[in-house]
Design a protein around this ligand. Sequence first.
Ligand SMILES: [Zn+2]
Length: 115
Amino acid sequence: MSEQAKEQTLVEQAPDNYECRVCGYVYEPSKGDGKSNVSPGTLFTDISNDWRCPVCGARKTQFDNIGANDAPSGFQENLQYGFGVNTMTPRQKNLLIFGALVVGFLFFLSLYGLH
Ligand SMILES: [Zn+2]
């Protein structure tokens, strides 16, 4: 197998994530964007140019390619985009904490709905 073929496979397995420079929202191709009917598996580059950040409404041009965070550790440049909290910006940490709160709150609500 040539190097190029391997690289292609890696890219297919782990498409690049894109982060909103305005609010820190990260578009993950594997999840898509349910709010805007972007189905899971859609590459960021394949999304319509009309698409806006679901959190703050920023345009596609406001997004940065931050690489694939679930890529196998084959590429040196991808290592800094791992799950390590130390490599996260404060903005990303805030988003993570906020996200955890929302998930916890929804979980609480779902329990409450059972009674
Ligand atoms: Zn945003």
